[in-house]
Design a binder for this molecule. Structure first.
Ligand SMILES: [Zn+2]
Ligand SMILES: [Zn+2]
Length: 261
């Protein structure tokens, strides 16, 4: 029994590490500047992100800014309206690869999206070594399996560490197809509570598209954005600064009150 608990714990931690890198560091931090990462942490995140998740920071940020710019239009890199809910997982990977190639080739249509990001596509990708982090995870999985006496613990670690595409798919597909709309953003963005519980509040796409620079994605009493609680904890630890609270306190309250009146 204890062994299964350890496996579940390892999967859970690996899953949360993935979600933290994307939702807190790449998304709220690097892409939208809704929080400011302290310089040392910022450097560490950019350098370590590919090793942890197999995802390049600059490419992810570029793709996500393009998603906001073209939300649910033809040029959206991963809208379910352009394909289907299951196909979003393929579309997001194809877009990610295309954008990375464009950034490496310094194509203006991509570099112009991220002039503020003063770092390059990670050297792993510039040298076609994208597979190396996965090989490292595999080696750690085998090591864990030997150390703790069973293959399940290795599988738990490996599968937890490669959950990012699944988490992204949940947000990109259901967050733009199923759920309620609090705001009229002119797109198909939705607020989906289940996806938000699974992925750190990221399911509140309708709220988020209304105010991308707000560090908090939940606005109503029943909406739970625990990613924002993690931001608050990180701020207390001196890792980040939350800058855009005024959006939540002033703008959103007033708009919601006006809607309710
Ligand atoms: Zn979206
Ligand atoms: Zn965003």
């Amino acid at each position: 029994m204890e062994y299964y608990l350890i496996c579940a714990l390892i999967f859970g931690v690996a899953y949360l590490v993935n979600a933290t890198y994307i939702s807190i560091f790449y998304h709220r931090g690097l892409t939208h500047s809704a929080i400011e990462l302290k310089p040392g942490l910022r450097k560490f995140v950019v350098a370590s992100g590919p090793w942890v998740m197999g995802i390049d920071a600059k490419t992810w940020c570029t793709m996500h800014r393009l998603h906001h710019r073209h939300s649910d239009k033809e040029s959206d890199p991963h809208s379910p309206l352009n394909s289907s809910i299951p196909r979003v997982i393929v579309e997001q990977l194809k877009s990610y690869e295309r954008i990375m190639r464009g950034l490496i080739a310094r194509k203006k249509q991509y570099t112009s999206e991220v002039p503020d990001l003063d770092f390059n596509v990670h050297w792993l990708y510039r040298n076609k070594l994208w597979w190396l982090p996965y090989a490292l995870h595999l080696a750690i999985s085998v090591g864990l399996s030997f150390a703790l006496g069973g293959w399940l613990v290795g599988l738990a670690f490996y599968s937890g560490m490669v959950t990012h595409p699944i988490q992204g798919w949940l947000v990109n597909s259901f967050g733009h197809s199923m759920g309620y709309q609090t705001f009229d953003n002119g797109d198909n963005s939705r607020n989906n509570n289940i996806v938000s519980w699974l992925v750190m509040g990221e399911g509140y796409q309708n709220n988020h598209h209304k105010h991308p620079r707000s560090p908090k994605f939940s606005y109503r009493w029943f909406e739970v954005d625990y990613g924002y609680r993690i931001c608050q904890a990180m701020q207390a630890l001196g890792m980040i600064t939350i800058e855009k609270d005024y959006l939540i306190r002033v703008v959103e309250r007033r708009e919601l009150e006006e809607r309710a009146a």
